[in-house]
Design a protein around this ligand. Structure first.
Ligand code: PLP
Length: 220
């Protein structure tokens, strides 16, 4: 779907929810997309992107950042602790802070560098065993621990289970954010971003609706 149409749908959802125009940030998820599609969207003025794989982002983004000033790239995929150093150098924001070992590594690097990407704590709202994210019962303690480490928390993030109505997951995430004083809500993808906006999403992560189908995932 053309980018202007996506932007129009976001504006309509903001209006319907009684939210200020521009209160939702569109993260264009460019993982595994052909370069010409991404360049097309850059040429249309989009400057905020999401990537899932550190290697792929390291390969793609340095040249585009030069060519398109103001570009921001957010990490939205699971982050291995041994890739944390590369990630803090590559991304303005990490949406997938989900465990103490990663928090400790990121905190040490933030101290050493004096700067840090903003971070969202990923919550596994469906408590799915195969999925990344801290389970809801442990979220408050984990968020408190991240604050003790002085990590710059921007909000919370979730990926609802594939086969369920996302509504209760968005509502739960919002509740977890609110009771922990975190205002950012990273939730909503191609199939459900309007519902997420109705539930207060501040950052939606939209890939295939903008770019079309992705190439298959590479072997890790
Ligand atoms: C791939 C991905 C998206 C985008 O998914 P679409 O369904 O293509 O919009 C959003 N969030 C995360 C975490 C992803 O991995």
């Amino acid at each position: 779907m053309p980018l202007p149409d996506i932007r129009a749908r976001i504006a309509a959802a903001e209006l319907a929810a009684g939210r200020a125009p521009g209160s939702v940030q569109l993260i264009a998820v460019s993982k595994l997309q052909p370069a010409e599609r991404v360049r097309g969207v850059l040429d249309e003025g989009q400057r905020l992107f999401g990537e899932n794989y550190v290697q792929e982002a390291a390969h793609k983004w340095p040249a585009w950042r030069e060519a398109y000033p103001g570009t921001e790239v957010h990490m939205i995929g699971p982050l291995q602790t041994n890739k944390a150093k590369q990630a803090v150098e590559l991304f303005e924001c990490i949406h997938t802070l989900d465990r103490p070992s990663l928090a400790e590594r990121l905190a040490r690097m933030a101290q050493a560098r004096g700067v840090s990407p903003a971070m969202f704590v990923q919550v596994n709202t469906g408590a799915e065993p195969q999925k990344a994210g801290i389970v809801p019962d442990m979220a408050d303690d984990f968020i408190a621990a991240c604050k003790m480490m002085d990590l710059p928390l921007a909000g919370v993030m979730c990926i609802p289970p594939d086969d369920q109505d996302p509504t209760p997951h968005f509502a739960l995430l919002r509740e977890i954010g609110a009771r922990n004083g975190l205002t950012g809500l990273s939730m909503g993808m191609s199939s459900d971003f309007e519902i997420a906006i109705a539930h207060g999403a501040t950052h939606i992560r939209v890939g295939s609706a903008i770019f079309g189908d992705r190439a298959p995932r590479p072997a890790p």
